[in-house]
Design a protein around this ligand. Structure first.
Ligand SMILES: [Zn+2]
Ligand SMILES: [Zn+2]
Length: 115
């Protein structure tokens, strides 16, 4: 339903130096690395938190975390679309909660893209 977007989790985590080094080694990165990542799933979702850390080409690196465990993964992405295919879900395959296009826009740490 348009106009009833759901809130985003926005749980925050800081990347470790080892994770930053791994991400910095990715060739052709899509954006600047951010040490602070915000969970992009629907608020009060079950399971671990997920935030995109970096992207390059067709691949995306996501950090999956919950208390006591964290892991960088390169997941398949959710195939869901809206608006006749013009809008795609930007979350990993089988994510819990609403698709990204059903969520309220979070304050993106990556929104300022230098030209
Ligand atoms: Zn979360
Ligand atoms: Zn989705």
């Amino acid at each position: 339903m348009a106009g009833s977007r759901r809130p985003v989790c926005e749980d925050v985590i800081m990347l470790t130096n080892a994770e930053l080094a791994e991400l910095a080694a990715i060739p052709g990165p899509a954006h600047e690395l951010e040490r602070a990542l915000f969970c992009e799933l629907e608020a009060e979702h079950p399971g671990g938190h997920l935030a995109q850390a970096q992207a390059a080409g067709d691949l995306e690196w996501w950090l999956c975390w919950q208390p006591g465990t964290r892991e960088l993964v390169v997941p398949d992405l959710c195939p869901a679309t809206a608006d006749g295919g013009d809008t795609v879900c930007t979350l990993p395959l089988a994510h819990p909660g609403a698709h990204s296009f059903g969520l309220a826009a979070a304050a993106s740490p990556n929104s300022s893209t230098p030209a």
